[in-house]
Design a protein around this ligand. Structure first.
Ligand code: ASP
Length: 320
């Protein structure tokens, strides 16, 4: 039986812990935008060629994990011990198959290990040395942990330690604190998928696991409903089971994607002072990307060929 053709859509985020405009040079902003565009291109090419949403989100996240500008893979945040502990998840909406890893120290592209777990169909989430050993056994690229370290992340850790001593954590910029990358997609056969990858927040306690690898908290996809990838202080996303909560509002309360997402990010979290954002796509390929911080790296493209890239309020349209 041939599957029904639907619209295709892809959306990405590079975290809501975006820098203030003056904190990066013009050249750095241009390069960060370029990397976002490359990530969009990588996933879009797959969708356009009739590929599936799972491969598309994986390809997009891999490009962002390899970029110095985003807090995932290369350039990930450092924990309180000055080390990296990486989290990632990927989920497919037609079968609810999922794979995730947390606290990994050596997997060059954490999303690839999550994908292998999804394909294996046994364990959903592997942690720490178990995740690293699994990736190695699967023949995925593994690196020494200092591969992930960049001068900007070292500075951010020092800044957070100063805030800790001075008791000024609340005044720290979102960019000093955290970031994440994520992708959501709808393919031509109507299947939704989501993937998220992160270094967590700067100066996080050793062993801390965020929302990104927790299915239903920071990552969720369900055909006929939506695919979601979240960014922001993970503890709030875990307690509020945000990604699933948005899907549940749509399923049980009949809300649309935009209102369910806006309610959480611009309503509840904004009122609580929680810096947060997400990207999501519904079953019709509609995209939403709310955030309540200074900015959120984001990009999306839909069947209409409308490609957008942004970090702060201004949206830049471009041709893919
Ligand atoms: N959600 C991530 C975490 O808590 C961080 C972020 O998105 O900024 O690990």
């Amino acid at each position: 039986m041939t599957e029904k053709k639907t619209k295709i859509s892809l959306a990405l985020h590079g975290g809501c812990g975006v820098m203030a405009l003056e904190d990066m040079t013009q050249q750095e902003w241009e390069e960060a935008y370029e990397h976002l565009k490359q990530a969009l291109q990588a996933g879009w090419k797959i969708l356009q060629q009739g590929g599936n949403s799972l491969d598309a989100v994986q390809a997009s996240v891999c490009v962002m994990e390899d970029s110095i500008y985003f807090n995932a893979g290369f350039g990930a945040a450092l924990n309180g011990d000055g080390k990296h502990e990486l989290d990632a998840a990927i989920m497919e909406g037609s079968t609810l198959a999922a794979g995730a890893i947390c606290g990994a120290k050596h997997i060059r592209n954490p999303v690839l290990a999550a994908r292998r777990l999804l394909d294996d169909g046994e364990a959903v989430l592997l942690s720490g040395s178990g995740a690293d050993a699994y990736a190695k056994e699967q023949g995925l690229a593994c690196v020494e942990s200092d591969y992930f370290t960049t001068p900007r992340r070292v500075e951010a850790l020092e800044a957070m330690r100063r805030h800790q001593i001075a008791g000024t954590y609340k005044t720290a910029r979102e960019s000093e604190k955290h970031g994440t990358v994520g992708a959501v997609a709808l393919d031509a056969t109507g299947h939704l998928a989501a993937a998220t990858s992160t270094g967590g927040y700067t100066n996080k306690p050793v062993g801390r696991v965020g929302d990104s690898p927790l299915i239903g908290a920071g990552t969720y996809a369900r055909d006929g409903v939506c695919a979601i990838s979240c960014t922001g202080q993970g503890e709030y996303f875990i307690r509020n089971v945000v990604a699933y909560d948005i899907a549940a509002r749509m399923i049980y309360a009949g809300e649309n994607l935009q209102s369910a997402s806006t309610h959480k990010i611009m309503g509840e979290f904004h009122n609580m002072g929680v810096g947060a954002g997400l990207i999501a796509i519904d079953a019709n390929g509609e995209v939403t990307a709310p955030y309540n911080t200074l900015g959120m790296f984001r990009a999306w493209i839909t069947s209409e060929g409308y490609a957008v890239v942004a970090s702060h309020d201004q949206l830049y349209q471009f041709n893919l």
